[in-house]
Design a protein. Structure first.
Length: 295
C-alpha cells in the first residue's frame, strides 16, 4: 500500500500566519504539523509516500524530509497548482498510485490513541485483501463543518453528507482514508460540487453504494484535531504537550521508523545529535541509549 499526504492547502483560515509559510509546516507544539499525518502513514506500515504541496514549495519540503532516506522511506513530491478538493489528490497521484491500494492523509489532521498502529494496520490489511474502502468515524460536538457519517442501530453506515446544515449524526470522517485502486477511476468520474470541489465524500458514497465501505468508529480514548484554525492549532499543541509530559511521545517519526526496523540505532543517534539542543532531540538521544542497553 502507498500513501499520499495532501499538504497543499493555502491555510486561509490561519491568515496571516500562513501568508509567509505553508500551513503543514507550522509548529504544533514541538514538531511541524506535517509530522503528525506522516506518523500515521508510517504506523500503518507505509513506506512509499507522495506529498502533494503548494505550487513552488517542493524545495521547502525537500529541505525537511529529503526523499525520506533518513527515515527508511521513499518520498516523492507533486505540486497542486489549483485547489480542486481532496479527491484531486488521486488525479495528481494517479501515476504514483499505479495499480496499488492507497491511504490518503490530510496535512492538517492529527490523530492519536492507544493501539492506533494495530487499528491502522488492520484497516489497511482489510482493504488490501478484500478491496473497497476504509474510513474512520469520530464523535464531535458540532459536526457541521465536516463530512458526517450516519449509522443505523446495528452500526452499519447508511449515509454520508458533506458539511450538512442539519447533521444526521455527531460522527464525522477524519482526514485519513484507505482505498483500493478503484479510487482513481471514481475520482476521475467526479463533477465539481456546488463548492467547486471534487469532494472526498462523493468518492466514499460510490464505495457505499457498492457495499464496499467500511467505517471504524474511534472510541473516546482517541484524540483527533483538524488543526486548520488558530483555536484548534492552539488546542492541539496543548493536548500534545500534556500527553508528552505524561511520557507518551506523539508523532515521533524517527521512533516509528526505528520500531518498524526501517532505520538502525546508529541512524537514530545520528539524527538525534543534530537536534540535541531541543527536547525532541533529547528524547531521541535517550531513546537511542535505552534501546542500545536493551540489546
Amino acid at each position: 500500500m502507498k500513501g499520499i499526504i495532501l499538504a497543499a492547502g493555502k491555510g486561509t483560515r490561519l491568515y496571516p500566519c500562513t501568508l509567509p509559510v505553508c500551513k503543514p509546516l507550522l509548529p504544533v507544539y514541538d514538531k511541524p504539523m506535517i509530522y503528525y499525518p506522516l506518523s500515521m502513514l508510517m504506523k500503518a506500515g507505509i513506506r512509499e509516500i507522495l506529498i502533494i504541496v503548494p505550487e513552488g514549495e517542493t524545495e521547502t519540503f525537500e529541505r525537511l524530509f529529503g526523499h525520506g532516506e533518513k527515515l527508511g522511506l521513499e518520498i516523492q513530491y507533486a505540486e497542486q497548482p489549483v485547489q480542486r478538493g481532496i479527491a484531486d489528490a488521486f488525479l495528481i497521484g494517479e501515476s504514483f498510485i499505479g495499480g496499488d491500494c492507497v491511504c490518503l492523509a490530510l496535512g492538517d489532521n492529527i490523530c492519536y490513541g492507544p493501539a492506533f498502529r494495530r487499528t491502522l494496520r488492520r484497516m489497511g490489511n482489510r482493504v488490501r485483501e478484500k478491496g473497497g474502502a476504509g474510513i474512520f468515524g469520530y464523535y464531535v460536538a458540532d459536526p457541521r463543518p465536516f463530512g458526517v457519517v450516519e449509522f443505523d442501530p446495528n452500526g452499519r453506515v447508511i449515509s454520508l453528507e458533506e458539511k450538512p446544515l442539519i447533521p444526521k449524526s455527531h460522527y464525522i470522517v477524519p482526514g485519513l482514508y484507505f482505498y483500493d485502486p478503484q479510487v482513481v477511476a471514481f475520482a476521475k468520474a467526479l463533477q465539481p460540487s456546488s463548492r467547486g470541489e471534487l469532494e472526498i465524500t462523493a468518492v466514499n458514497e460510490r464505495y457505499l453504494e457498492q457495499g464496499q465501505l467500511r467505517v471504524h468508529a474511534l472510541d473516546a480514548e482517541y484524540t483527533w484535531f483538524d488543526a486548520g484554525t488558530a483555536e484548534r492549532l492552539y488546542e492541539a499543541a496543548g493536548a500534545i504537550k500534556s500527553a508528552q509530559r505524561s511520557g507518551v511521545m506523539i508523532g515521533c517519526i524517527e521512533e516509528i521508523a526505528l520500531d518498524n526496523q526501517w532505520i538502525t540505532l546508529e541512524q537514530l543517534a545520528a539524527g538525534a545529535a543534530s537536534l540535541h539542543q531541543t527536547r525532541y532531540g533529547q528524547y531521541l538521544e535517550a531513546l537511542a541509549e535505552d534501546r542500545a542497553e536493551e540489546q
